[in-house]
Structures are given as structure tokens and as C-alpha cells.
Unconditional design. Structure first.
Length: 126
């Protein structure tokens, strides 16, 4: 007989109505709408008299600003700049490819040349 116990996984206290990303996107959309409304009519934007409403607006904007900060920190800055040697190597590779393509277009094989001459003599056209 094995003596084995199972433990139940504790459920989160947070509401599980959707993923964290979905909730964050909804909150960001709300904050984006708020920013747009304020900037559209900044001189006449109605400021609520209720202190709780003003506080909630400031908290929403602060959370949105923090989310943007974290997004900037977590995104890669892009490819590292290339060194002079890497740029020169890439330029040389491009020059070689262009030169090779030009040589191929300028070179006529004997078979195609013979076909062209036969076509000229037989048909009178090239």
C-alpha cells in the first residue's frame, strides 16, 4: 500500500473572468480613451467634482503610464549596430553577387550562339 497524499491547488483570489493580458488591454483601452478625450479638449475637459472620481482617473493614467514603461523595457531595442568590418563584408558580398550576375548575362554559351546563327540563316531573323 502506498502512502501518497494529494494536495489541492489553491485557487487565485483574483477574479478569473479573463486572462491578465485581456484585462490589461481593456484597462489600457480605457486609459487611451481617457487620454484622447483630455487631449482633444484639454482646455474644457470636464474635471469631476467627486474626489474619488478624480483619484480613479489619476490612478488609471498612472497604471497606463507604468504599463507603457514596462512595455518599453521588455521590448528588444532592435538589431545591434554593425561594425565597419561587417558593413564592408556585406558590401563586398553584394558587389560579388552583382558582378557574377552581370558576367552571366554577358556570357553567351556556344550552344545558344550556334542556335542564333542557324535561326538567322534559316529564317532571316534572330
Amino acid at each position: 500500500m502506498s502512502d501518497h497524499t494529494t494536495t489541492k491547488k489553491r485557487k487565485s483570489d483574483a477574479s478569473s473572468s479573463g486572462s491578465k493580458r485581456a484585462r490589461t488591454n481593456d484597462e489600457n483601452m480605457s486609459a487611451q480613451s481617457l487620454v484622447a478625450a483630455i487631449l482633444t479638449n484639454s482646455k474644457a475637459y470636464p474635471i469631476p467634482d467627486d474626489e474619488r472620481a478624480v483619484r480613479q482617473t489619476l490612478v488609471d493614467l498612472a497604471q497606463y503610464a507604468r504599463a507603457l514603461e514596462q512595455e518599453v523595457v521588455t521590448k528588444p531595442a532592435g538589431p545591434a549596430p554593425k561594425t565597419e568590418e561587417q558593413i564592408e563584408a556585406a558590401a563586398q558580398k553584394l558587389r560579388n553577387a552583382a558582378w557574377s550576375g552581370i558576367r552571366k548575362q554577358m556570357t553567351v554559351s556556344y550552344a545558344s550562339l550556334a542556335y542564333s546563327k542557324a535561326q538567322f540563316f534559316l529564317l532571316g531573323t534572330v
